[in-house]
Design a binder for this molecule. Sequence first.
Ligand SMILES: [Zn+2]
Ligand SMILES: [Zn+2]
Length: 351
Amino acid sequence: MMKLLKYILIVAVIGIILVSVLTRVPDVQDRLMFRFVQTLGGTTADLNDNSLSAVVCGSRSPLPSPGRAQTCVLVNAGGNYYVVDIGDGSAVNLNNWRIDANKIRATLLTHLHSDHISDLADLHLMTWINTSHSKPMDVYGPAGVELVTQGFEDAYQLDYQYRHEHHGDEIAPKDIAGFNPFPIDLSNPVIIDEDGLKVTAFKVTHDPIVPALGFRFDYKGRSIVISGDTIYDENLIKHAKDADVLFHEAQANHQLDIMRKALANNEGLVTILNDIETYHTTPVEAAKVANLANVDHLFFYHLTPAPRNNLTERMFFRGVNDIRKEWSSTKDGTMVVLPLDSDEIIVTEIN
Ligand SMILES: [Zn+2]
Ligand SMILES: [Zn+2]
C-alpha cells in the first residue's frame, strides 16, 4: 500500500514538473491558445429559445460589490433578446457569456440613472461591429432618452468614424452607428408587440426621478415583470398581477443603518445613505408586493448593498422567509427559464 502511494506521488510530482516546463515552451503555448480560441469561437451561451427566459447581467446598484455589475436583465422571448438596463460592467458580462449580439432586438431603460445606462456605449459596440443588424439600435426609455442617446452619439462620434474607416462598411457600417431613441408615452403603454411578445411599460415611484418605469413581458402564456427602481408601489402590484416571475429591486435599509453608524466620520457618504433610503423597496416590502400581486416566484435584483458573502446575504433577506417562501436572490449570471406550454420555472446559472 505504502509502495503504491509512493509510486502515485512520484508520478504526480513528475506530472506537475512536466506541465510546468512544457507550458513555458512557446510552441506548446501557441497550440494551447489555438485550441482555447477555437472553443471560444464555437460556442455561445445556450439561452433556450423555446421559452421566455431572463438572465441577470447586472445585480447591483451603484454601491460596489466585487463580481457584480450594475443593473441589467436580458430577456429572451423565443430567440429575440431585449436588454433591460445596461449599467457599468453588464456589457462585459454579455460579452464574456458570448451572448449572440445578432439576436438583440432592443434596449429598454427603466429610468435614466447612471447605474442603468452607463454601458450603453459598449452594448452599442457589441451590436454594431461585425453583426447582421441593418439599423441603429432601438432604445426605449422614459422622456429624456433622446438626450442620453444623443450624448453617447456625440461622445463616440470620433470612435464611430475611426472604426468605420479602419474596418470598412462591411464590418462597421457608418449608416447604422448610433441609436434610435423611442421615448415612452404611458398613454400608449404597449411599447413592443412583435413575434408573439408584448412588452408593457408602467409607472413606478422613484421620486425625484420622474418618470421611472417598470416593464412587463408577456410571451405565449408566460410572463416576466421587472420593477426598475421603485418604492413599494401599488401600480407595480397591479401590473405584476398573476405573473410567473417578478424581478424586484431591494434595498436593505437595516444594513444601511449600520453602514451609516460605522462610517459616521464620512459626512458626505452618510448623507447619501440617508437620501437613498427613501426611494427604494426593502426586501420584506418586495416580498409583500409579490404576495399581493400573486406572482409565482420573486427574484431580488438591484441589491443595495449587494451581499458579498453568506453572512451579509442572510442579513439582507432578514424577515423575508416569514412572509414568503417562493423567492430567490440573484447574482450576475442567474438565469430563469419559463418553458412554453408549461408552468415550470427553472433557475439555473449561465457560465
Ligand atoms: Zn438604480
Ligand atoms: Zn435609480
